[in-house]
Design a protein around this ligand. Structure first.
Ligand code: EPU
Length: 332
């Protein structure tokens, strides 16, 4: 496998910021991956997926590994379910499209999320009432520290809201993910915007649901090829009952979702809009006019500009509402 030197990373992150990696490689198989780990035992290592949820603010003095396992295989199937293994580098939405076209349900609400299959468990991608954790049975990995293969069951992945053991430890390189998808589909309303888009169709097909999701996302979220971005820039804040009440005292109509005992989620997009940042730009960075949670790059190649703009948002939301927004993207 070829090891590249002084690799420009601009095309490998969706914000299109410039940074150089001292070393860079793209293993095509688990064997190639373990081999490269063996060859560079003391190197500082960073794993890159499709680069849709991260950006660079500085050069990387180490080895970037971009797994390129691309296979999709049905590993078991009965009348009701199919278990499918997809390589880490498979493009997420191609995979969803393929599953939907075969009539396998479970991923349709996650249509058009940018990124790779291997990145999907890391932050437990979610949209329109679904999270990827509900379909994952196993995650196959290689341990960066030992070079050994390790398979995680769903429980062992410690999934949470935009969270998992892979995000917490950054120790495991995901090589493939195994999904268990249903061969039947009954639409259950989980998200009012989606039902609205389906225009009263109470029993839509999988393809109709996928189409509706694509329509909503295309309307609300910017095209990454025209306006570089990393999707939602911040996480939706999780609040205790006291924090929730304090916020409601400041903003009567703030959206609140009950997510457990003494646990509430509010909308970061709403708070950012309320703080006056929707569609606002500062130099070459701004937020998208149709969705305040998406930070967009209007022409900078320096990740620090994005970081500074995000900090402005964090400071203003904190000042006005006493809520500290946390980035959902990974800033390197
Ligand atoms: N809202 C505003 N202003 C805006 C946009 C939204 O006030 O500019 C408010 C509205 O009240 C709206 C609420 O925010 O009802 C929620 O907005 P939306 O349905 O777009 O969802 P979100 O909470 O902002 C989350 C995910 C998205 C996912 C959508 C749809 C996070 C951080 N983001 O956004 O995921 O597509 O739900 O389910 O959880 C991503 O992670 O990159 C991403 C795009």
């Amino acid at each position: 496998m070829k090891i590249q030197h002084s690799k420009q990373l601009q095309q490998y992150n969706s914000f299109r910021t410039k940074a150089v990696a001292r070393l860079f490689c793209e293993p095509q198989s688990v064997d190639e991956l373990t081999e490269v780990l063996k060859s560079f035992p003391h190197e500082n290592i960073l794993i890159l997926g499709a680069g849709n949820n991260m950006f660079f603010t500085k050069d990387f003095d180490g080895l970037i590994i971009k797994p390129e396992m691309n296979e999709i295989n049905i590993i078991s199937e009965d009348e009701n379910f199919a278990e499918i293994e997809a390589g880490a580098a498979v493009e997420w939405d191609n995979f969803v499209e393929r599953c939907v076209s075969k009539g396998y349900s479970g991923l349709e609400n996650l249509s058009l999320i940018p990124g790779s299959v291997g990145a999907s468990p890391i932050q437990n991608i979610g949209a329109y009432g679904s999270e990827v954790k509900d379909t994952i049975t196993l995650v196959k990995t290689v341990d960066i520290k030992t070079g050994e293969q390790k398979i995680f069951t769903n429980d062992e992945c410690r999934f949470g809201y935009r969270d998992s053991i892979f995000k917490q430890t950054r120790r495991y390189i995901i090589t493939s993910v195994i999904f268990r998808l249903s061969k039947s589909f009954t639409y259950v309303e989980k998200y009012i915007d989606l039902s609205r888009e389906l225009k009263g169709n109470l029993s839509p097909s999988l393809t109709q649901v996928r189409k509706a999701i694509i329509a909503i996302r295309t309307r609300k979220l910017p095209d990454v090829n025209k306006l570089p971005n990393a999707g939602s820039f911040f996480k939706n804040p999780i609040l205790t009952k006291d924090e929730k009440e304090a916020l409601q005292n400041k903003i009567i109509d703030v959206p609140i979702y009950n997510i457990g005992e003494n646990s509430f989620k509010t909308s970061a997009a709403f708070l950012i809009e309320k703080a006056g940042f929707k569609g606002k730009t500062n130099g070459k960075v701004g937020t998208y006019q149709n969705h305040a949670l998406v930070v967009i790059n209007l022409g900078t190649e320096d990740g620090k500009d994005i970081l500074n703009f995000a900090q402005e948002i964090i400071n203003e939301v904190d000042k006005q509402f006493g809520i500290k927004l946390e980035p959902e993207v990974w800033i390197f």
